[in-house]
Design a protein around this ligand. Structure first.
Ligand code: SF4
Length: 303
């Protein structure tokens, strides 16, 4: 560990934080604030519960299958193997996150079957755009973090990182949502630039490719950032954090209605939909270094 770094027991064990750091931000929470400040408040400050939707659960399941797929020897990473992983991974997820089990009524075997089939269909979309037998990801579901502006820890889980023999980095993000892509593309790109910034700051390499894999449409969207762009992006992230701090101080998080409201779980509390937010929590945002994990993926959240 470098001198001056303090391990934080409330974060993942590998995360060491310089003493100057006083806040953390994940791409999901940053994107929340950018999308709608009130949504940020509901999720990060009020921490209002969100019941998982089938789309979110399907996204979590497909991500889990794709992660495990690469545990298999290269030659065994076939559509059949991926399909075989669906049910066991669902069982594992339901055991670890019992709230997922509440998506289906007890005994609703047809509902669960249909759900598992829809996940398998998304995996077919994956195989239409990539051949995992030809890939050896350097990292999967990896937590990455960097400090920017001395005070802000930015961190998140990337789906996959590929490293070419010449050291070039490719960040890959799986998108499983069925929502119209144009409503979410800016958010998805924001998230990928976030990861690119972390990698650049920690490894000194600007990722050559940021890749979005849209499984439902079996489409690939590649983007190549450059250092100048990431420098501007870094300033944007810092400014965003300053705006969050200011809003927290003033307890002033305004709704910003958009098409994404259709995927918001908190319309009942939102003035734009006739609701009233709960009283601002007396303890404020709590420990700013304890931030929600940047996933699970969800339409309107990370999807
Ligand atoms: S319903 Fe729309 S405006 Fe209201 S909090 Fe959710 S995203 Fe924001």
């Amino acid at each position: 560990m470098k001198a001056g770094l303090t391990p934080r027991r409330d974060l993942e064990p590998s995360v060491a934080v310089p003493p100057t750091v006083r806040a953390s931000l994940s791409p999901s929470r940053a994107a929340d604030f950018k999308t709608c400040p009130l949504l940020y408040r509901f999720r990060s400050i009020d921490r209002l519960p969100e019941r998982p939707t089938p789309e979110q659960a399907r996204g979590t399941l497909v991500h889990a299958v794709l992660e495990r797929l690469f545990d298999l020897p290269a030659a065994a990473r076939t559509p059949q193997s991926a399909g075989d992983l669906v049910a066991p991974q669902w069982d594992r997820l339901v055991t670890e996150q019992p709230e997922l089990g509440t998506l289906f009524a007890e005994g609703d075997i047809a509902g669960v079957d249909g759900f598992l089939r829809s996940a398998a269909a998304l995996l077919e979309g994956y195989f239409a755009v990539e051949d995992p037998r030809r890939l050896e990801p350097a990292e999967r579901e990896a937590l990455i973090s960097a400090v920017v502006d001395d005070e802000l820890l930015i961190r998140g889980y990337l789906d996959r990182l590929d490293v070419a023999p010449d050291g070039a980095l490719r960040v890959v993000d799986y998108k499983t949502g069925g929502a119209p892509r144009e409503a979410f593309e800016a958010r998805a790109l924001f998230q990928l630039k976030f990861y690119a910034l972390v990698l650049w700051r920690t490894r000194g390499v600007v990722p050559r490719v940021l890749r979005l894999l849209y499984l439902k449409d079996a489409e690939v969207c590649d983007y190549s950032p450059d250092a100048e762009e990431l420098l501007r992006f870094e300033r944007t992230v810092v400014a965003l954090w300053q705006a969050i701090e200011q809003a927290t101080e003033r307890q002033d998080f305004r709704p910003r209605p958009s098409r994404l409201c259709d995927w918001c779980s908190h319309q009942a509390f939102c003035p734009s939909f006739g609701g009233t937010p709960p009283p601002f929590p007396a303890a404020g945002a709590g420990d700013p270094l304890v931030d929600a994990r940047s996933r699970p993926v969800a339409p309107g959240a990370d999807e």
